[in-house]
Ligand binder design. Structure first.
Ligand SMILES: [Zn+2]
Length: 426
């Protein structure tokens, strides 16, 4: 990774999120066309994490190759260039370096090196949303990744494993699970998660043609339930949609097989990250144009998934095309709702997201304005937005999928929301 950083100054930044139990850094290489060392307003932060199970090594190699692919082909391949121009991609090849050190090349099955140095399975080590009694001792590597996700607002992520060939999406667990009964555990964003998983398998032929999993995708708990997994935590607590990708039937194949795995996964990895550009994003401000941090952002009907605005007031919400109602809530003040219709998107469109500014507070009349972009009218999406209104805390119980009906007409004129389409290209 250091070689890549030296070869591509200004586009790669290498950092560690901290050390493993045995003191090995958990390295990350961040790739972006500019300022790879820092966040840029509204530029989505995307990531791949590999080798969480130390003996599942293909993901580790894929992630290193992906870093090289992005850097070597920036300015050469259009889809690579657009991705690197419009996002920052964080690549952690190894979340469990101690387990990797213990793993044995050529062992396709088995568990030598799976756990960390304290013999704990890191993908059972996160807080569980369905089972509060699941509380194994938090491992250093787990805590480091949780802290990483709390200090960087990731938008989209995948966690690479081995031992099967499938794109697995939340939830991994369900309430009152007996620990082994497989059952579909549907998440509020099920349709979008399925779309993401299909996007991955679509470009990975062996995965797509899986004999075990239809189209190479599965709901996590439908395969088998597990408590304390990373993807459920990342989705519900990290504000980041995450898949678990099983990228090789053999956990630790011989090195000469890696070229084949790379060819199978390269386009999937690229197309998957483009899903970080869909939906809606923007900045929440107060009436004096100051960005508001820690505003809770959710989608009506999916209230259990709540993200929070960054210190710069930014939010991202990946969503499928169609009509959605967003809810913004700051502290104990009333909630503000914004309705919008999101357009269809292409597989490789870095400008697919609708960008809005939301102003909370004040008591003036509602103002809504839209701006048409001056350039690139072909790719820019301008979407009708309607302001639904505001509510006082606790005065309305939101029924599922019926946001519009619960608001009296007069509320269109109460509160103040200004929505402006920003023309921001990052
Ligand atoms: Zn695994």
């Amino acid at each position: 990774m250091d070689d890549l950083r030296r070869l591509h100054p200004g586009k790669a930044f290498v950092y560690s999120v901290g050390d493993s139990v045995k003191g090995t850094p958990l390295w990350v290489i961040a790739v972006a066309a500019r300022k790879p060392e820092s966040h840029v307003t509204l530029r989505p932060e995307l990531k791949f994490v590999g080798n969480m199970h130390g003996n599942e090594v293909v993901g580790r190699e894929l992630i290193i190759r992906f870093a090289r692919h992005l850097l070597d082909n920036y300015g050469v391949l259009e889809n690579v260039t657009k991705l690197v121009n419009h996002s920052r991609i964080h690549l952690m090849p190894t979340m469990n370096p101690d387990g990797f050190d213990a793993a044995i090349m050529g062992e396709c099955t088995g568990v030598t090196g799976r756990a960390n140095a304290k013999d704990m399975d890191l993908n059972r080590n996160f807080p569980d949303a369905f089972d509060s009694s699941h509380s194994p001792q938090r491992q250093k590597e787990t805590q480091l990744v949780m802290d990483w996700a709390m200090t960087t607002q990731f938008v989209l992520s995948a966690n690479m494993h081995g031992g099967a060939l499938v794109a697995n999406y939340p939830f991994d667990n369900y309430a009152n699970s007996d620990g082994y009964t497989a059952r579909y555990s549907i998440s509020p964003d099920d349709a979008l998660f399925r779309k993401m998983a299909y996007t991955y398998s679509k470009y990975n032929l062996p995965m797509k043609k899986s004999a075990e999993f239809e189209s190479g995708v599965t709901n996590g708990a439908q395969w088998y339930p597990l408590p304390g997994g990373m993807q459920d935590w990342m989705y519900l607590k990290g504000g980041c949609m995450e898949l678990t990708l099983e990228v090789s039937d053999c956990k630790y194949p011989l090195y000469e097989q890696i070229d084949g795995f790379w060819n199978d996964n390269r386009d999937s990895m690229l197309s998957f990250l483009y899903k970080g550009f869909i939906g809606v994003k923007g900045i929440v401000k107060d009436a004096n144009n100051n960005p508001l941090s820690d505003v809770r952002v959710s989608v009506v009907g999916r209230g259990e998934v709540v993200s929070r605005t960054t210190p710069s007031g930014e939010f991202w919400r990946l969503l499928l095309p169609g009509r959605h109602s967003l809810k913004f809530k700051s502290g104990n003040s009333g909630a503000t709702f914004v309705n919008l219709t999101l357009p269809e998107f292409e597989d490789f469109d870095p400008n697919a997201a609708v960008i809005i500014d939301v102003v909370l507070g004040g008591d003036a009349a509602v103002t809504v304005s839209e701006t048409t972009p001056a350039t690139e009218s072909v790719t820019e999406k301008i979407t009708p937005v309607s302001v639904v209104g505001t509510e006082e805390v606790g005065t309305i119980t939101m029924p599922e999928n019926s946001a519009v009906e619960v608001f009296p007409r007069k509320q269109y004129l109460s509160g103040m929301i200004v929505i402006i389409f920003l023309i921001i290209r990052i």
